[in-house]
Design a protein around this ligand. Structure first.
Ligand code: HEC
Length: 170
């Protein structure tokens, strides 16, 4: 037996268990008993405060869009706020036993319609008054849900500086 043969034999012997493992059939997947339904995939529903923080962002942008007289952007941001409020109604209709969906309609509908009119008429003075009225409505609901410490007001600086609020000239 020369040295080379011994080395190869030892190598092969060392490898053999691995090869054996690789060749053994994979374990059968554990199938659940017929009576147990497969787990439904998890669905992520954001917490109410996450919807609210998105509204807060768009509410900030809405102000600076209107201030720059960028009416299409203002209309867009108000539309997004309405959309998220609709999501709140769909996904969090009840909050701490309070009928949040109905409260939403009762509290902000008139204010949003007035703001839409001001944007359509491109009237900043009307818009600013409507914006303050909307803020009051936000705060009415916060007070009515024991969140009176969440107070909404006019912003003084844009939340983001990497979006240009000036009207886009075609
Ligand atoms: C129909 C009721 C209702 C209306 C209308 C409403 N909110 Fe809220 N908001 C809530 C509730 C309830 C909470 C507390 C959420 C929680 O505890 O998870 C909240 C919380 C918040 C918060 C706190 C989130 C945080 O993490 O700091 C902000 C910001 C906010 N709202 C913004 C607004 C703005 C802006 C408006 C109006 C454009 C508005 N909300 C209108 C019910 C409302």
């Amino acid at each position: 037996m020369n040295f080379r043969f011994v080395a190869v034999a030892a190598f092969a012997a060392g490898l053999f268990p691995l090869v054996g493992l690789a060749q053994s059939p994979p374990p059968a997947p554990a199938s659940p008993p017929a009576s147990v339904a497969p787990a439904a995939p998890k669905v992520y529903i954001p917490g109410l405060e996450q919807f609210m923080n998105v509204i807060l962002t768009e509410h900030n942008k809405l102000w600076f869009a209107a201030k720059a007289r960028n009416w299409p952007l203002a209309a867009y941001e108000l539309g997004e706020i309405k959309e998220v409020m609709g999501d709140v109604q769909d996904f969090v209709p009840v909050f701490k036993s309070l009928p949040l969906a109905q409260m939403m309609d009762a509290v902000v509908t008139k204010e949003i319609v007035d703001l839409e009119k001001a944007i359509e008429e491109k009237d900043f003075k009307k818009f600013a008054a409507g914006y303050d009225a909307l803020n009051k409505a936000c705060n009415t609901c916060h007070a009515g849900t024991e969140n009176e410490f969440v107070v909404i007001k006019r912003p003084t600086t844009p939340a983001f500086t990497n979006q240009d609020y000036r009207p886009h000239k075609k």
